[in-house]
Every structure is written in structure tokens, then in C-alpha cells.
Design a protein around this ligand. Structure first.
Ligand code: NI
Length: 246
């Protein structure tokens, strides 16, 4: 994983470089995620930090421009936990539309959205539909990195059902690998079983906290490790790179 300068990260370029890129390429990667609770031992930024780091590496390997990440998403169901910052669905869809409009006005035609948060899937899909109703020339590809078969197979093999549905061993592991120093500051906790994650859905924020008092949904992130995280990161990067170059 490259750590310092990212030659395909737009925020570290100047506009003539983007203009030159657009003369031969019209594809771009947009990383999206969320800022929300991930249990007592997972970073609030997991969902956008993970998609951003994956996007940077995929961008480097496929020589595709990467936009800055969108750190806020649709996380209203996590709002009973402090530190969560959520947009309402209508606002989020609008923000996505305006990001897509900015990119397409400059000539981008194919937008790869690398997403790190389940609550974003419905509004993302809605935003694509709205956008395509006005602009039929743009192509969208949504990649939810934790849903990639290469990732889920590995997580099932090493974590089994204790991977859980939120604050999963997989996403905690991945960010323990990419953000090792941040995790070294987090107190180690002896987490008990999180209990069954199945419930009716969606829940109100208060109901969510009643069902899942420490924020985890069926996960045992004590099983997470940066070593697993590196393997999951590499699998996600390889799988997305394969999709993009197929
Ligand atoms: Ni997450």
C-alpha cells in the first residue's frame, strides 16, 4: 500500500493534470462512506476511511483518478451514539447528484462509486436513477467493498458468524491495517457476545441502541487483526481492479 503521495488522487493534483487526463480517460473513482459509531472498539470513520484507502490503491493500480472521499452518508439509525454524523436521505441524494454533476460537466462519463456503508446503498441507487433520468450518457458502477465475494468468503472462513453485521471483524481488521496508529490509542476491551443481530428493520435510533447497547450487531471484533486486515484489503483491491480492467 502506498502511503505518501498518490499520483491519481485529485486533491493532490492541479487542474491542468485533470484536464490532460480527460483527453484520454473519462472514468473516475468516487469513494463514499459514513461517520458513525462502530461499537466501543471500532473507529467512527471506518466506512469512509476503508473505501478511501481501497480507492487510492485501486486508483494507483488502474491509473484512474480518485476524487476526495465523501465522509458523511445516511446513518440516521446510528444517531443514538455520539460521534455519528448523518445526512438525511434527501440531502445525501442531493449531495451525490451535485458531485456527479460537477464531474460530468468536466467530461467524466463513467463513475465508479466505492462504498463502505450499507445504509448508503438505497440512497446511492436512488441518486443514480435520478441522475440518469436527466443524463443518459453517464455510467455508474456501485461497488460495496464488503460485499465482494472474495472478501465475504475470507471473512466467513476466519470469523464465521462472529463477523456480524455492523462493526464487523472484517471492517475493523481492514482499518486496523490502514490506520494502525489510531487503534493503538483505543483501550482493549473484553467484549462479550453481541447477541443475535436479527430484528425487524429499520429501527429508530432509540430502538437501535436498545437492541444493540454497545453498537455492535452480532460481531466479535476482538477477533479482528491488522494481519487479517491486510489480506482483506488486498482481496478487495484485487477484486475491484479486476472488475475495472475486465
Ligand atoms: Ni461500517
Amino acid at each position: 500500500m502506498s502511503t505518501s503521495h498518490h499520483p491519481f488522487y485529485m486533491a493532490e493534483l492541479v487542474w491542468p493534470q485533470v484536464e490532460k487526463y480527460l483527453q484520454s480517460r473519462q472514468d473516475v473513482i468516487v469513494p463514499v462512506g459514513s461517520t458513525e459509531q462502530h461499537g466501543p472498539t471500532g473507529l467512527l470513520g471506518i466506512d469512509f476511511l476503508s473505501s478511501f484507502k481501497i480507492a487510492l490503491e485501486v486508483g494507483a493500480q488502474t491509473q484512474t483518478l480518485v476524487s476526495p472521499p465523501l465522509p458523511f452518508g445516511m446513518a440516521l439509525h446510528h444517531m443514538a451514539f455520539p460521534g455519528t454524523i448523518s445526512l438525511t436521505p434527501v440531502t445525501y441524494i442531493q449531495v451525490l447528484n451535485e458531485i456527479f454533476r460537477s464531474l460530468t460537466q468536466h467530461g467524466f462519463k463513467k463513475i465508479w462509486v466505492i462504498n463502505g456503508h450499507g445504509g448508503n446503498i438505497a440512497p446511492l441507487t436512488t441518486a443514480f436513477c435520478e441522475f440518469l433520468d436527466r443524463d443518459q450518457k453517464t455510467e455508474f458502477q456501485l461497488i460495496n467493498w464488503w460485499h465482494l465475494p472474495e472478501v465475504t468468503e475470507y471473512e466467513q472462513k476466519v470469523f464465521g458468524d462472529l463477523n456480524g453485521f455492523h462493526a464487523t471483524c472484517g471492517e475493523v481488521s481492514l482499518t486496523q491495517y490502514t490506520h494502525t496508529a489510531a487503534y493503538q490509542q483505543i483501550p482493549k476491551l473484553d467484549l462479550k457476545e453481541a447477541g443475535p443481530a436479527k430484528t425487524r428493520w429499520p429501527l429508530s435510533p432509540i430502538e437501535f441502541r436498545q437492541h444493540f447497547p454497545d453498537g455492535r450487531m452480532g460481531s466479535q471484533p476482538n477477533l479482528a487483526s491488522p494481519e487479517h486486515g491486510k489480506i482483506i484489503f488486498d482481496k478487495a483491491v484485487q477484486a475491484i481492479t479486476r472488475k475495472m480492467t475486465a
